[in-house]
Design a protein around this ligand. Structure first.
Ligand code: UDX
Length: 442
């Protein structure tokens, strides 16, 4: 029976560990941060993610999931190790591989002289070639097993989304397993025997490239939607209907086609930059991905422009900003579009009052001067306009009268096209959204 250790207890490590424990495997989560280990041991989610607390408590009570700071013992007591450490971005957009290289070395060191089979699996997102040229030699050299007699190496990317991470880990669309040694693939496959998702078996670099290409495609699809939506709005056409019609073409599909203030989060911006950087390094500059990044950078400003078209000059105006996380159902503010929107509003002289159901503290760390209030009432009170940046249910379920009673001027810019436009219009609210060419108040 395989026993699994997981290095790194962030989103990917924690959700992978839970999914494997749910599938009956014994899992040890390893982290250098004692607080994260304490969180897991006490069954408390270290960050906001729907279902995480319950899933943690359940798996703790089965005895199959545990956590430690002791890397060496964890590795020695297990048969498989997943590397789930962060691969942040360095100044020029490349992936910083320092942490993952160290983790690979730590795994090798723990296995030095141990003549038992062990499979080391990269799950972190790493540039193509990293498992083969960096992780494999780092681990095998440290283990004194240069030929890989005992230490087998694979790459198994993760596609889970924040906000639905547990469900995505339980029900992936696909399982990608890459190894340069075909005999290693079944050693990883055994961990997924309770899943019925299709398995793509390939080499390590291709598995790494699949993850980047997957994210780059989705980021490009969203950016295409944004570009078309901006144009639709200008010519008096409506992106919702256009997206629906295009999505009916089975070659395209309607998912991830929502126009808005652009993509944020811990993956899309970082991964597109990393792959664009990799392309430049290989003298194969990706004009497409460079353009995606440029367009995504400009997109949040469109929401501020729409607002100012309705409010007039923003200087001195009171503006509410609802939704500070990069998307609803998470407290993650990494690359959130709320930051450029907040900056643009303040730069144009608006007095901004912000709100978020979960991410207030994290956003306050990003923008210490921001005025963030505890309730939506307070955020809207006396406002001359509001921008909804993340479509939390707390905002989408608001009655139209809530806006009219609290706001000085009922002007709503829906950055995610998530509110009930017709109902708002009926209540006499000025409603604008990216890609909405038909003026509802006309
Ligand atoms: C993403 C990938 O979806 C996931 O497969 C990968 O493993 C990690 O990165 P995540 O960043 O958690 O997941 O969230 P996702 O739901 O993909 O949204 C990313 C950004 O795109 C958000 O800012 C979201 O608001 C935006 N988005 C998404 C759109 O603007 N339009 C859409 O249609 C979908």
């Amino acid at each position: 029976m395989p026993r699994v250790s997981i290095i790194g207890t962030g989103y990917v490590g924690l959700c992978t560990g839970l999914m494997l424990a749910e599938n009956g495997h014994n899992v040890t989560l390893v982290d250098i941060d004692p607080q994260k280990v304490k969180n897991v041991q006490s069954g408390t989610a270290p960050f906001h993610e729907p279902g995480l607390d319950d899933a943690l408590k359940t798996q703790r009570s089965t005895g199959r999931l545990t956590a430690t700071t002791d890397t060496q013992t964890a590795i020695q007591n297990t048969t498989h190790t997943f590397l789930c450490v962060g691969t942040p971005q360095d100044e020029d957009g490349a992936a910083d591989l320092t942490a993952i290289e160290k983790a690979a070395r730590d795994v090798g060191k723990a296995l030095q002289g141990i003549e038992r089979e062990h499979t080391l699996i990269t799950k972190s997102t790493v540039p193509p070639g990293t498992t083969r040229t960096l992780i494999q030699p780092a681990a095998r050299n440290a283990a004194n097993d240069a030929e890989g007699d005992h230490l087998h190496i694979a790459m198994n990317p993760e596609f889970l989304r924040e906000g639905s991470a547990i469900e995505d880990a339980r029900n992936p669309d696909k399982i990608v397993i890459g190894s340069d040694d075909p005999e290693t693939i079944p050693r990883v496959e055994i961990l997924y025997q309770n899943h019925d998702a299709p398995i793509v078996r390939t080499d390590a670099s291709t598995a790494e490239m699949i993850k980047y290409a997957n994210n780059a495609f989705l980021a490009t699809k969203i950016t295409f939607a944004n570009e078309m939506a901006n144009l639709a709005e200008t010519v008096g056409a409506d992106w919702e209907d256009i997206a629906q019609a295009i999505g009916l073409d089975h070659r395209i599909n309607p998912n991830f086609f929502r126009a808005g203030v652009g993509f944020g989060g811990s993956c899309f911006p970082k991964d597109v930059q990393a792959i664009a950087h990799l392309a430049r390094e290989h003298e194969r500059r990706s004009r497409l991905l460079d353009a995606v990044l440029e367009a995504n950078h400009a997109q949040p400003i469109r929401a501020v422009d729409l607002l100012e078209e309705e409010t007039g000059p923003l200087e001195g105006k009171r503006i509410a900003l609802l939704g500070l996380s990069f998307k609803p159902d998470t407290d993650d503010v990494r690359n959130t579009r709320a930051a450029p929107i907040y900056d643009e509003l303040t730069q144009r002289g608006a007095k901004v009052t912000a709100h978020d159901p979960q991410a207030a503290k994290n956003f306050q760390d990003l923008r210490p001067d921001a005025r963030i209030v505890d309730t939506v009432d307070e955020a809207l009170q006396g406002a001359h306009g509001v921008i909804v940046q993340a479509a939390w249910t707390a905002y989408t379920k608001l009655e139209p009268t809530f806006f009219t009673t609290h706001m000085e001027d009922a002007i709503v810019v829906d950055g995610r096209r998530a509110l009930d436009a017709e109902a708002l219009k009926q209540a006499g609210i000025t409603y604008r959204a990216i890609g909405q060419g038909r003026r509802l108040d006309a």
